[in-house]
Design a protein. Sequence first.
Length: 118
Amino acid sequence: MPIFCVLSLGYDDILMPLRSLLLHQAGYLVIETYSLGEVLKRIKAGGFDLLLICHTVPVDQRDAIIEAVHQSQPWLPLLCLSAEQVYSDPEHCPACNTTPEFLMDVSNALARVRERRA
C-alpha cells in the first residue's frame, strides 16, 4: 500500500495530535500545521496528497486556503472537518463530522491520488 502524506491544518492543540495519531495508525504520514501562513507555504512547496482542514479554522481563512489550493494545485484533494451536521461548501471541500466516518472520508478523498499514481 502506498504511503500518502496528509497536510493537516488546525488550531486546537488537543485535537490535532489525536487526529494525527488516528491517521498514523491508519498508515498515513501526517504533517501538522497550526497557522495560515505555514499551511500556505507548505502547499506552495508541494509534496502532499491531501489537505485536511479542521473545523477550528475560521471560515474566512478556510476559504482563503481553498482558493489558494485551487489556484496553485487544483488536483490536491481537500477535506474539511465540520462540527455541524450540514456543511456549507461540499463542492469545494467535502466534509466529515464523525469519527467512524473520518478514515473512510480520508480514503475516499485520496481515491483520485491513487488513480493518478496508477
